[in-house]
Design a protein around this ligand. Structure first.
Ligand code: GAR
Length: 216
């Protein structure tokens, strides 16, 4: 089996990166991590990647005069590593249309809400303030608009009595760690295809049962 080479972009702790690394450790997983790149030298995930024996590169955005020259360097790092797919995993830089177009339908992002609800920051505080009974997380193909693009996978996570943003974030993060490896698998296997800006999935999908909260 040939494995698709993946570059992961991080800015921080890298727990989603770790979930992808762990998935790639399975011999039958259809992707391998060719590079972890960070825009900050202090991104904690870099050390986790090095510990796992993965090549890392820091591309510090502050060292570049503008967004485009930063992105040219990032793009070069990914290409030098022979990356075929890019996974943003807590990568907190907005990408220009130039970069997004270069990786069109080959770049994924994970976001801690059920998009299109709550794009941007402070998703859990906003979900709690809105009183939604479910929130969740989304893996989607990257488009120029922030936190938007064809959706590959989502997990619905209930909001429970007594939740604060931290408790809710922890429950959503556990779901993130499940859906990112699942979504990357579908994309790497060619089972998730973009058609008309929506994703078609070949093979088993979700059951039909509705999720209720409250349950009765
Ligand atoms: C994750 O919750 C991810 O969904 C979020 O940042 C966190 C990174 O955690 N991403 C965004 O908000 C992107 N809009 P991690 O570094 O432990 O994976």
């Amino acid at each position: 089996m040939s494995r698709r080479k993946v570059g992961i972009l991080i800015s921080g702790r890298g727990s989603n990166m770790q979930a992808l690394l762990d998935a790639c450790a399975a011999p039958d997983y259809p992707a391998e991590i060719a590079l972890v790149a960070a825009n900050r030298a202090d991104a904690a995930g870099l050390e986790r990647a090095r510990d796992a024996g993965i090549a890392t590169q820091v591309v510090p955005h502050r060292d570049f005069p503008d967004r485009q020259s930063f992105e040219v360097a990032l793009d070069a790092a990914l290409r030098d590593a022979d990356a075929e797919l890019v996974c943003n995993a807590g990568f907190m830089r907005i990408l220009t249309p130039w970069f997004v177009e270069r990786w069109h339908d080959r770049q994924l992002n994970i976001h801690p809400s059920l998009l299109p609800a709550f794009p941007g920051l402070h998703t859990h505080e906003r979900a709690l303030a809105a009183g939604v009974r479910f929130t969740g997380c989304t893996v989607h193909f990257v488009r120029a608009e922030m936190d938007a693009g064809p959706i590959v996978a989502q997990a619905a996570v209930p909001v429970l009595a007594g939740d604060d943003a931290d408790r809710l974030a922890a429950r959503v993060l556990a779901a993130e760690h499940r859906i990112y490896p699942l979504a990357l698998r579908l994309v790497a296997e060619g089972r998730a295809r973009v058609a008309d800006e929506r994703v078609l999935i070949d093979g088993p999908a979700c059951g039909e049962a509705a999720l209720l909260n409250p349950t009765d």
